[in-house]
Every structure is written in structure tokens, then in C-alpha cells.
Design a protein around this ligand. Sequence first.
Ligand code: FAD
Ligand code: NAI
Length: 462
Amino acid sequence: MSSYDLIVIGSGPGGYVAASTAGSFGLKVACVEKSKPLGGTCLNIGCIPSKALLVSSEHYHFAKERFAAHGIVAKDISLDLPAMMKRKSDVVTQLNKGVEFLFKKNKVDRYEGTGSLTSANTVEVTDANGKKTVLEGKNILLATGSVSVELPFLKFDGDRIVSSTEALSFDKVPKSLLVVGAGAIGLELGSVWSRLGAEVTVVEFLPNIATGFDQDVASNLQRVLERQGIKFYLNTKVTAAKTGKNSVTLTATQDGKELSLEAEKVLVAVGRKPYTEGLGLEKAGVKLSDKGRVVVNNTWQTSVPNIYAIGDIIDGPMLAHKAEAEAVAVVERIVGKAGQVNYNVIPGVIYTSPEAAVVGLTEKQAKDQGIEIKVGKYNFMANGRALANDAKDGFVKIITNAKTDRVLGAHILGHNASELIAECALLQEFSGSAEDLARTIHAHPTLAEVTKEAAHAASSGH
Ligand code: FAD
Ligand code: NAI
């Protein structure tokens, strides 16, 4: 039996980062992954392929809708979907190789198969042919991620009723697409297929899209997406579905009224749930919360002290960068260092056009905590670079503690919001003030000047 200092189960952003970090510290490490490619949900069927399609579809849409305004004459712009999909797959494959390289560099042993705990120190790996290998580990890290939530009356059939995985690989543009859930997946993949020509309708049971984001950001994002042709039914609950030969019909209720919505395909994007099936948690004595998440303490130890867990299977936002931060910190703990994660400063982004980004508290959260706040806001419309870039939608909003000027939250709706939010996160990590940001010289002309102006508005009050 091979023995390791650390056995990691799962090779997503949690697992592969932990395994290679542990290897770089000189630990003897194994990583068990049931899928052939390394990289987990994020790299193979999540963050990366969705961003590849988002950028390609945005280029296509921009070429069709905006080239003329830029004085570019391009006739007969048309879509080669197989080529777009191939580029997406090439990006994924290149990154798969990157993870393989990291494993080699940091001497991580890769085991291809499903890992299952057989005790607090042993993992049984079953490969695709049923062959079993038992590994012994001083420490074990669970990083098995999450899977899409299925609605009981809207079960995935891989063709008409699909999850994000299939919606990243349609072989032709559906004439119409119904999206259930106006969260990150629904809005991103809804945007992709709308830009490529599908008639997209999003059904959401809450009164707002993009729950968890600033109210202003969410309502303005909805307005822009509507302008792009996406239709929204909010406060709407889907109650039943009927699959026909060429379409699916959903029954939904909105304000007590019954609606019937029909489309060629339905994307169900109502959240993800932790994946711990077949992991043998009960054999090792690892406890789950009533929400099905693995319970950990503040050093990511489960109820069994030498078994740790990180990423989507534990509490917190299901985000790749959160899993990565936990991966580094948990390995630091295992080698006796003081790894930590600041859960108050985890940025969140929805990669629509414009993008929505958040870090820290919303106005409502700050008020609910009894904090007296100031809010500074500045629009991209008033920024030279935004106008030059043809990217004038949106704004930056900075929330500060009214007494101390400390920045508590930042909310951005705008092009490149995903990049702009990083400086707000850094500022919050350093407990910085709005004045710090307002007095930092930003290059001109840049979109980041809008962040600076919003900070100036918050700190100066004008
Ligand atoms: P995962 O990435 O889910 O990896 C878990 C791995 O464990 C998988 O490879 C699985 O095969 C393996 N596994 C499971 N059980 C076993 C077992 N018993 N034995 C062996 N292997 C096992 N997040 C962002 O931050 N930004 C984004 O832009 C973003 N976009 C997304 C888009 C989509 C369409 C989706 C679905 C998700 C997106 N996410 C995004 C979320 C992100 O993918 C997850 O938060 C992240 O992948 C979680 O990392 P993880 O390491 O916890 O688990
Ligand atoms: P989500 O939790 O972001 O959104 C799901 C939405 O569906 C919510 O608005 C919810 O109110 C709605 N909903 C739930 N049940 C419903 C029903 N029966 N009818 C109508 N609406 C219903 O989940 P999503 O979009 O599936 O994403 C899953 C996870 O993946 C999220 O945790 C997200 O963080 C992560 N992700 C992150 C991305 C990013 O960071 N850009 C991109 C894609 C996914």
C-alpha cells in the first residue's frame, strides 16, 4: 500500500491547488480524480468554458451590432458554431495540460478513479475498470465540489431539459431557450445563446435577478439585458413541465396568474449542491450539516481531525477563488503555518456584458448591521475611456463607514468590472479608506478612474 503525507480527493480549483501547494512544501502527495481531465468543474464544465463562449459570443454580437458605428464595414458576418466550440475546448485542453504540468513539477501522484474513505487514514480508489487501489494518508483532504440542482418536475434529460454542462456544448443555436433561475449561470449562459441568436426568456422566482448583488446593480443589469433582447419573468414559479417532440412547455405562476411558456430547450440553473456521493464519509465518521455540506472548523478540519475539507462541499459561496484560497490556507495549516481566509473579502462577478461585480457589504447588509454608512457613486457615462471604448453602461458604488471612511463594500456594473473589483478587494484587505483610493493617482484615461471618483464622492460627500 502506498503511503502519503496528504491524499487529496478531487482536482478542481480546491483540490489541484492544494495538491500542488502541498507538493511545493515537500509533502508526499496523491490526488485522486474520477474524471480523465484534471481541473474539476471550474476548468472543464464551469468558469473557463463559459468565459470562452462569453467572449466569443460578445465579439460576434459586437461585430454585428456595433462595427458600423466604429466605421468598420464587415459584410455577411455569420456564425461558425463548431469553430467557436473548438476554440472553447482548446482553451480547456491547454489548461488541463497546465494542471498536469503543475502536478509533475510538484511531484503529485495522480490516481484516476473514484476515491472513497474506508477509514480515517485510508482511501480506496476504484478505476473505470473496477480495479481497486488502497492508499494510506496521514492527512486526507476532501475537495469533491458540487453538481447542478435538479427540480423534481423538471429532470435533466440531456437534450431538451439541460444543466449548464450541456448548455456549454449545444451543437446548434436553439431557436428559443427558457432559463430557469436568474443567477450567475442563467445570466451568463442566457447571454451567450441570446447573442448567438436564440430567443432567451429567464424565469426567476425572486423579485430580482442576480440575488446577493447590490439592488441598483441588479435592476440596471436587468434593464441592459432586456435591451439586448432577453425577456424576464420575475416573481415567477415554475410548477410543471411537459416535453413535446420539438419543444418543452413550462407551466408557471406569476402573481397568482398561470403562465404557459414554450421553448426548444430549457436550461435549469437553480443552484448547485455539494457532491459527496460514494465518498464513504460515514465509514470515516465525517459529519455533514443539515444542508448536506461537510462541517469544518476554522482550520478546515472535519469532525475527524486528520480529514480536511474545502471548496464547494463546505459552507460559503460556491466560487473557484474561494476554493483556491482555502486550498492554500489548509495546506499551510497542515504544515504548521498560520493559513487564513478572509471570508469578508471574497469578490463575486457575473460575466455578462456589462459585468456585475461585488466585494464586501451591500448598503442593506451594512445598515442591517447597524453601521452608519456613506455611499459614493459615479457613472461610466461620465468617463472618457468608457465613451472611447463604447462601454458607457453602469457605475461604481463605494460604501463606507460614515464615521471612519473605511471602505466596507464596492459594487460595479460595467465593462471589465471583474478586473476593476480587484483594487477594491485589495483596499478592503488593507482596511483602507475611501480617501486612500480617491488620492491614489489612476492612469488617464482608464475605467478605473470611475472607481476613484466613486471613492472621492464617498469620502468628500460630493
Ligand atoms: P470542483 O471544481 O467541482 O471539483 C471537484 C472534483 O472532484 C471534480 O473534478 C470531480 O470529478 C471530483 N470528484 C468528486 N467526487 C470524487 C470522488 N469520490 N473521487 C474522485 N474524484 C471526485 N466560479 C467562479 O469563481 N467563477 C466563475 O466564473 C464560475 N463559473 C462557473 C460556471 C459554471 C457553468 C459552473 C457550473 C460553475 C462556475 N463556477 C464559477 C463555480 C466553480 O466552478 C466552483 O465553485 C469550483 O469549481 C469549486 O471548486 P472545487 O474544487 O470545490 O470543486
Ligand atoms: P445561483 O444560486 O447563483 O442562482 C440560482 C437562481 O435560481 C436564484 O436566483 C434562485 O432564486 C433561482 N431559483 C431557484 N429555484 C427556482 C425555481 N424553482 N424557479 C425559478 N427560479 C429559481 O445558482 P446558479 O446560477 O445555478 O449557479 C450555481 C453556482 O455556481 C453559484 O453558487 C455560483 O456562485 C456558481 N457560479 C459562479 C459564476 C461566477 O462566479 N461568475 C458563474 C456560474 C456559476
